[in-house]
Design a protein around this ligand. Structure first.
Ligand code: SF4
Ligand code: SF4
Length: 416
């Protein structure tokens, strides 16, 4: 419990150098509050919220301490006991409980954002600096919103999408909330990769947000409700696997088994669902995609210098790091280079870049500095939050580097 091996791997400890902002320090704080030795102070709440929940400490810990579960239970306690500041609690309730619990509400919000982006309002407010008069923070964070897709992926596909040629696997696909409306192209690339590999793809219409955002902020009640809806939606079909292209969603759906273990009617179904969940890179590797010969055909890929950024919930939570690299390296005609500190959080961390903008930007700057050292043409990654955050940094710094999801990279590589 005291070895401290997790400290050098913790981004918030690196930012402050303070023990209380380290995994070991936070575990001590959580224990002291749980034992009644320390009251629930604002300092404690701030420390819990300062943590990125990146779980780099779990990777580093030789004792296998489940830090993520500890911080999430502390956040749940803060929420349940009404210690969250009123405005922050209301904003989280509105987004996590109301908007993110239904796909049609997410689409409505996305339509408003698209209108704002498409008709020049975002450009105008960004350039004029008018928003700064209202709130400096609002001005800073508005650029973080990814561009909304013309059509959501669930508008593009029907519930059942046939494979190309012979069908060998029946695969469920989580369209996600942000992925569906802001990265519809990535969802399309994922579905098309699967179809090309003898998969019939089922995108259950009744699916909802996976519940990870809610759980990471301590709202376990809503997270359980969303998990239950997804279990019912996916278990209507006889599936070989459930493929996910968002690291955070995949990590959380693998956790449904623990989330619902005490709910008798759901425990078995949750265990069955979690056992089927695969990240797209994990699933393609199981299909031996990386052993096939892939010659980079597309001009935008051939001859390019490519690097990879590890999304926290892929590398630290799901322990997936070799698969995406093997898949990228299987494309012949590119130069693959390792990104220094590729597993160091980019600062996105759910809504951390909104709630802790300044700290998040320091982490982003560290990521950009590492990117500058390898001078890639393309950065590949596997999570929508990382895509939005790194894109924001690249644009802000005027860096001419293309950023894409692993599924997009693989699909583009095979195009002529
Ligand atoms: S959490 Fe793990 S790595 Fe960190 S101090 Fe405790 S035992 Fe050591
Ligand atoms: S989850 Fe990340 S930020 Fe939080 S204590 Fe662990 S390493 Fe530090």
């Amino acid at each position: 419990m005291h070895c401290g091996l997790c400290l050098p791997q913790c981004p918030t400890y690196a930012l402050t150098g303070l023990e209380k902002s380290s995994p070991r320090g936070r575990i001590r704080l959580i224990k002291a509050v749980a034992d009644g030795d320390l009251p629930m102070t604002q300092g404690f709440i701030d420390e819990m919220n300062f943590c990125l929940d990146c779980q780099a400490c779990e990777t580093a810990c030789p004792a296998g301490v489940k830090y993520g579960a500890l911080v999430e239970s502390a956040r749940a306690q803060i929420l349940q006991q009404g210690y969250e500041q009123r405005f922050s609690a209301l904003a989280k309730k509105f987004f996590f409980r109301w908007v993110f619990s239904r796909h049609n509400r997410i689409r409505l919000l996305a339509s408003l954002l698209k209108f704002y982006q498409k008709f020049g309002f975002q450009w105008f407010f960004q350039k004029s600096g008018l928003l700064k008069l209202v709130s400096r923070r609002l001005h800073d964070i508005q650029g973080l919103a990814p561009a909304i897709s013309e059509k959501s992926s669930t508008e593009v596909y029907s519930e059942i999408v046939s494979s190309r040629g012979e069908t060998k696997y029946r695969i469920g696909f989580l369209s996600g909330c942000i992925m569906d409306v802001a990265y519809a192209d990535v969802n399309i690339d994922t579905v098309e990769l699967l179809r090309n590999h003898r998969c019939e793809v089922i995108i259950p219409k009744a699916q909802v947000c996976c519940g990870s955002l809610q759980a990471h902020h301590g709202d376990m009640e809503v997270a359980r409700r969303l998990a239950q809806t997804n279990i019912e939606a996916f278990s209507r079909f006889d599936l070989d696997a459930i493929v996910i292209n968002s690291a955070g969603c995949g990590a959380f759906m693998k956790e449904y088994v623990h989330l619902l273990k005490d709910v008798p009617v759901l425990a078995t179904k949750a265990r069955e669902l979690s056992a089927k969940v695969r990240d797209i890179t994990e699933f393609l590797t199981e299909l031996s995609y990386h052993r096939e010969s892939h010659r980079a055909k597309a001009a935008g890929i051939r001859g390019k210098r490519v690097t990879y950024h590890d999304a926290c919930h892929l590398v630290h939570t799901q322990k997936i790091s070799k698969q995406p690299r093997d898949l990228i390296r299987s494309v012949q005609g590119i130069e693959y280079v390792e990104l220094p500190e590729s597993t160091w959080c980019c600062g996105s961390a759910g809504i951390y870049n909104i709630t802790h903008y300044d700290d998040s930007m320091k982490l982003l700057e560290r990521k950009l500095q590492n990117i500058r050292t390898v001078k890639p043409d393309i950065i590949v990654t596997g999570n929508p939050g990382c895509l939005a955050q790194i894109q924001y940094g690249l644009a802000k710094e005027g860096m001419k580097v293309e950023l894409m999801h692993t599924a997009t990279f693989l699909r583009r590589a095979s195009e002529t």
